[in-house]
Design a protein around this ligand. Structure first.
Ligand code: OFO
Length: 174
């Protein structure tokens, strides 16, 4: 059984993951609007992944006899000054998420909850991957000047991002 402090912290993290999904959808809408459907596709896939991150904690809370308490998801921004600015905002958002995950992992250690700490380690690794992925896109866009033919090529490349594989077994937290 989870203690109340951890249950509250995990419910807060579910909300942060839903917000992540929401902000990536907002970025997808913005990128569609500026005719970058490959970049928009990448953001849609990211939004789907963030939804999975929320559900993984959702299912874990239930498995541990906790109570899922959904909260209001705040509205994300609607526009960014440029496609490069949207990807930079995505990188900043992932850094913010890493801080949240690390704080949660610290709390698990304080509360001596090894099972939740084990779950959190999956997110710790995931954050390394997510930051690296978007940082790579930002650096390449910067190298190419952030617009023109470089942006066109990046848009083509990002179109091929596959849909996230469903989380199963240990990965799903089931
Ligand atoms: Fe991209 O952050 Fe979830 O965990």
């Amino acid at each position: 059984m989870l203690n109340r402090k951890l249950q509250d912290a995990l419910n807060k993290q579910i909300n942060e993951e839903y917000y992540s999904s929401y902000i990536y959808l907002a970025m997808a809408a913005y990128l569609e609007d500026v005719n970058l459907d490959g970049c928009a596709h990448w953001m849609r896939m990211q939004a789907a992944e963030e939804y999975q991150h929320a559900m993984k904690i959702f299912d874990y809370l239930i498995d541990r006899g906790g109570r899922v308490e959904l909260r209001e998801v705040k509205a994300p921004p609607k526009d960014w000054p440029s496609p490069l600015a949207a990807f930079k905002a995505s990188l900043e958002h992932e850094k913010y998420m890493t801080v949240n995950i690390n704080k949660l992992a610290d709390l698990c250690i304080e509360e001596k909850d090894h099972a939740t700490n084990n779950l959190l380690q999956w997110y710790v690794s995931e954050q390394v991957e997510e930051e690296a992925q978007v940082e790579d896109i930002v650096k390449k866009l910067e190298m190419m000047g952030g617009d023109g033919p470089g942006l066109f090529l990046m848009d083509r490349e990002l179109k091929s991002r596959p849909a996230p594989a469903p989380l199963t077994g240990a990965d799903a937290g089931a």
